[in-house]
Design a protein. Structure first.
Length: 111
């Protein structure tokens, strides 16, 4: 697999999957992201991102057990792959390096 890009929304999806760990399924991911971002996330956008991330090899999914509460439907749980862990580490390292190189003169944090 060649090096692939990771969009900002995809990065947040992957980080949320990592935070939720074993509880990372569609609605939980969506609600956690909405809480953190303080904005509404469409189910379609989230599902598209999850699908893209699986195709890139950064996430894998598996179906959980059917439950009566969900009318017999099974939840799809997501997990970071080794490649997924690697790419989010690379993104983090790049961001930290950039933040560390900003001088007081570069940004005015007085809003």
């Amino acid at each position: 697999m060649g090096r692939s890009t990771l969009g900002a929304f995809e990065e947040i999806v992957m980080l949320t999957v990592a935070v939720l760990d074993d509880a990372a399924y569609g609605i939980a991911i969506k609600e956690n992201m909405e809480s953190r971002l303080k904005k509404s996330i469409s189910v379609g956008a989230m599902r598209s991102a999850l699908s893209r991330l699986e195709k890139k090899g950064y996430l894998i999914s598996k179906l959980g057990e059917a439950t009566r509460v969900r009318g017999g439907k099974r939840k799809r749980y997501f997990t970071l792959t080794r490649a997924g862990k690697k790419i989010i580490r690379e993104v983090m390292e790049t961001r930290v390096t950039l933040w560390n190189e900003i001088t007081d003169v570069d940004l005015d944090f007085n809003f």
